[in-house]
Ligand binder design. Sequence first.
Ligand SMILES: [Cu+2]
Length: 160
Amino acid sequence: MRTALICLVMSCLAAFCSYTLWGLSELKTLPKDVSRVDPAEFRRVAMEWIEKNKTDIVNGAPVVPAVPAEEGDNYLLAHSWRFVPLFKMKKGRVYRLRISSSDMLYGLSFYKDGLNFKIIPGYEQIITISPREAGGMPIFCNEYCGLGHHLMTGRIVVED
Ligand SMILES: [Cu+2]
């Protein structure tokens, strides 16, 4: 009886510690720059910016050469199970992305950079990224968001 109790306490302690450590590791990847935003207004501003800066359309998605941080911000909009636009970036340059959703909760993972966070309608999150390798930087939704979740992948093209 006493051994079973000790095993139970040790199991609970191990679970508590592992959940706490897991939680802290998740927090490390959260954007620190977060503010409230009207979802419809964010979408309007993002789509206007995308329309103004797009240079191409691939599979129906606008392609935008990202603006380096010293020149301005870039918009990444999640809506209807898509990320728009498709960005082109240069290796080693620093970019600021203003990110939000206009319809529902999504997730965003920058697989190679270990960034992993939720995109919440009504909240704009700003992150800074700097691609380290030329090629494709895969991004995908890491939050189950319904029927189109499995389609919600993207790619940032990184040039030398
Ligand atoms: Cu999803």
